[in-house]
Design a protein around this ligand. Sequence first.
Ligand SMILES: C[S@@+](CC[C@H](N)C(=O)[O-])C[C@H]1O[C@@H](n2cnc3c(N)ncnc32)[C@H](O)[C@@H]1O
Length: 479
Amino acid sequence: MTTHQRDSKTPDPRPPNSNDPRVGKAFRAMKDLGISPEVFKPVLKNLLKLYEWNWELIEEDNYQTLIDAIFDSSDDKKSIAKGPTSSSMNTNIHKKRRQDARADDDNEPIANLIRPGARSDTSNSLVHRKIKFYNVDDITRGTEKIKIPLINEIGLEPPKFRYIPQNIPYQDAYVPFSLARIGDEGCCLKCSGDCLSARVPCACSRETGGEFAYTSEGLLRDDFLSACISMNCEPQSHHFFYCQDCPLEKAKNVHNPEPCKGHVLRKFIKECWRKCGCTMDCGNRVVQRGPTRKLQVFSTEGKGWAVRSVEYLPKGSFICEYVGEILTNTELYERNKQSRKNERHTYPVYLDSDWGSEQVLKDEEALCLDGTYFGNVARFINHRCHDSNLIEIPVEVETPDHHYYHIAFFTKRDIDPYEELTWDYGIDFADVDHPIKAFECHCGSSYCRDEKRKATAGGGIKKKDLGIKRNVHGSSSSR
Ligand SMILES: C[S@@+](CC[C@H](N)C(=O)[O-])C[C@H]1O[C@@H](n2cnc3c(N)ncnc32)[C@H](O)[C@@H]1O
């Protein structure tokens, strides 16, 4: 699944060579900061010698030591400031330093929900560090297998929420899991070990046409991902389902709802689960194992908090689920009314991917996820119009009843370290009837729908737009 790495605690007697994956990783991280190989290679070589080939010290805190050493060498020589990449390099290094340079006195508790994690600089005395480290080293409070730090580069107000690694019903949501609901033909009772290596794909691959959605490397299969992307980004008329009594239209006007504008039908992944005979390491259990990538929450100008990965992510990588409280649509309407009064922001996702397969549920039955007060890292993923680098895919795990399922984010393409992770919320920025006012979009995409709307004659507002999905309801930002 990931490139093999030598245990970085074991001193490596060999000098670095360009085939070493650790050199490649360092190269990519430095490239991202605009640092050319000519500049970083000699510094890396010296540092490795100094640390007796201990890569752990080089790699820790996203190569902070290496960056410090490059910075110090550039301060000394001033010569690299003449190079063509020097100004961007210095800007980026300064940016990177700022991102990690939150002094102790910036360690405000994150709404008493995230423990501040000030770090003392005792890890190595060989490099004189002039900076302090960021203030929260794990927003998950140990509830995930990985730590997810929060990097406050610009002094944003701490997010107020409680991290939960799995969805939890708020109150009325009826989420029935039972072994009895899973028929024997709906799971792989007789499998053992890893279903992906079985000669014939088991029953759990039926949802994805008799082939598993995942490769043995734990990535989404290319053809499956492409089909999901094209259904999501360029849906054809046959990809839409039109319901009789549309809950989204009722949310806009309960007494006189307009006809349904259409819901995009989605492809599901089905993962093996408890009733199956395979092990937890089975390749058809990716989302249920939780996030494994090196993610960070960081502050942005204009969009609040955001998410990125500090490691390279190949196309089809699972990033995280959208986790929140499970609400009925009725509870969500109530909450939205309240949040408008309290100026709180909600980030709900409708569990509406299975339109057409069963009767549309009533509002007091239909479910959505709200990550506002209780959520996971996904609540920080910002919107980008059309060319976002993540796609959300519905995943069936505990129940074959698609009344409830998981929403999982996967990469649509290869992603470089430190690139912001984004998904298209599906907002129609021109929809003035929507119960939650859309934010002013700063996604920066050349396909930005908000920019296009503003550019049309006087920012003219249209009322109807066929086939608009609106999964997350962004509220106007107070930032
Ligand atoms: C799901 S949250 C994402 C995390 C959020 N940035 C935060 O700080 O908590 C959605 C909110 O983020 C902000 N946001 C997301 N994408 C944005 C964009 N492209 N432009 C401006 N604001 C955005 C909006 O305030 C929106 O209501």
